[in-house]
Design a protein around this ligand. Structure first.
Ligand SMILES: [Fe+2]
Length: 366
């Protein structure tokens, strides 16, 4: 037994030559076990049935026991799992083979070598049919596996192509945003800063991963619709007349249309469309109020307004940080969502936005 275990361990850890040695060893040991059991059982008219079955069981125990141990050592699977998954179902077959073996032994006693020939031919034919069937099945499995691997490779290529398209589309939109920001030198980098502030507020309000991603895109592209606003209206330093005002306020719906064409950014469009809605219903384009306004849009409105307040604009100088906070508090609950204002105040107080505000100060001063 010790020798058998050594052979098992040796075979499991070495190459194919050792596996062949192991296989021969297993067959020899299994045969010795089956033959020994059969030889020690008492004879009798039908004793070969029980004797053959017990011999088959002994052969099975040694053969499958060693094979399972070898596989468990080689794959680090649990012995019991390996046995159940691969070999447990073979037990009735080995009992049957044992009984057939017993019949052959009885026939040999009566008719000699001729009996072996008579039994051997059908058994060999059955075995050949089994092997053909197994080979055919293995070939089918191999082809199916290759087909599955091909599909998996194609899926991976499609995933990469899709990601590339998304990246390129996002880069194109970012370039457009840069153009929009660059048209008004006072607000250069505005969209990037609003993105940083809005995502920070979103995290503070415990938005989940997909919501934060949509908010991030919405913040970056929130004013992309301004590409449709003429320079003489967008950069006008005096008050806008009614017609000009309608042109400007169209930018949120125009932005929704532009970004809506990019399917993967569809979740960002509600926040873009509604980023000028007021909490009390006084905003545009749909006059939504309170919780009717998507949370991304409420966050975006506060972040957009805050960055505008602390940046020089064509129509006014930048407010100080304290003045901007006071303005947000004054309009909290009317123009701004109170939760979003509170979250922004908390972020400012903790210094979490220091990197954005520092950049802001230098760009405003420039
Ligand atoms: Fe806007």
């Amino acid at each position: 037994m010790a020798l058998a275990v050594c052979v098992v361990d040796w075979s499991a850890r070495r190459g194919k030559v050792y596996q062949a040695v192991f296989n021969v060893g297993v067959i020899v040991l299994s045969t010795i076990a089956g033959a020994t059991v059969y030889a020690f059982l008492p004879g009798g008219a039908w004793a070969f049935v029980a004797g053959g079955a017990l011999a088959g069981a002994s052969y099975y125990a040694v053969n499958i026991g060693l094979l399972t141990t070898a596989i468990a050592l080689e794959t680090t699977e649990r012995w019991r799992d390996t046995f159940r998954a691969r070999f447990a179902w073979l037990f009735p077959h080995y009992l049957l083979y044992g009984v057939v073996g017993g019949m052959v032994a009885v026939a040999y006693d009566v008719a000699g070598v001729l009996a072996l020939f008579v039994f051997a031919v059908p058994l060999i034919l059955v075995r050949k049919a089994q092997l053909d069937y197994i080979n055919h099945t293995e070939e089918s499995v191999r082809r199916l596996r290759e087909a599955a691997e091909t599909i998996e490779r194609q899926n991976e290529s499609l995933r990469r192509a899709n990601q590339l398209l998304r990246d390129r589309a996002t880069e194109a939109m970012e370039s457009l945003v840069a153009v929009v920001d660059a048209r008004d030198t006072y607000t250069a980098g505005h969209s990037r800063r609003v993105q940083g502030i809005a995502v920070a507020i979103g995290r503070e309000l415990a938005l989940d991963g997909p919501e934060l991603e949509s908010l991030s895109f919405a913040a970056l592209f929130h004013d992309i619709g301004k590409v449709a606003v003429p320079d003489d209206v967008l950069l006008k330093s005096g008050p806008l007349d009614d017609t000009e005002w309608w042109i400007v306020r169209e930018h949120s719906e125009e932005g929704e249309r532009i970004i809506g064409h990019l399917g993967f950014l569809a979740d960002a469009t509600p926040a873009i469309r509604h980023h000028h809605e007021h909490f009390d219903g006084g905003g545009y384009p749909d006059g939504l109020r309170g919780q009717e306004i998507p949370v991304g849009a409420r966050i975006l409105h506060v972040a957009d307004a805050f960055d505008s307040m602390i940046t020089n604009r064509v129509y006014r100088q930048a407010l100080s940080l304290d003045e901007a906070i006071a303005e947000l508090r004054r309009a909290s609950g009317s123009q701004f969502c109170p939760s979003c204002v509170a979250a922004l105040e908390k972020l400012i107080a903790s210094g979490a936005l220091a990197h954005i505000l520092d950049v802001n100060s230098s760009s405003a001063a420039a």
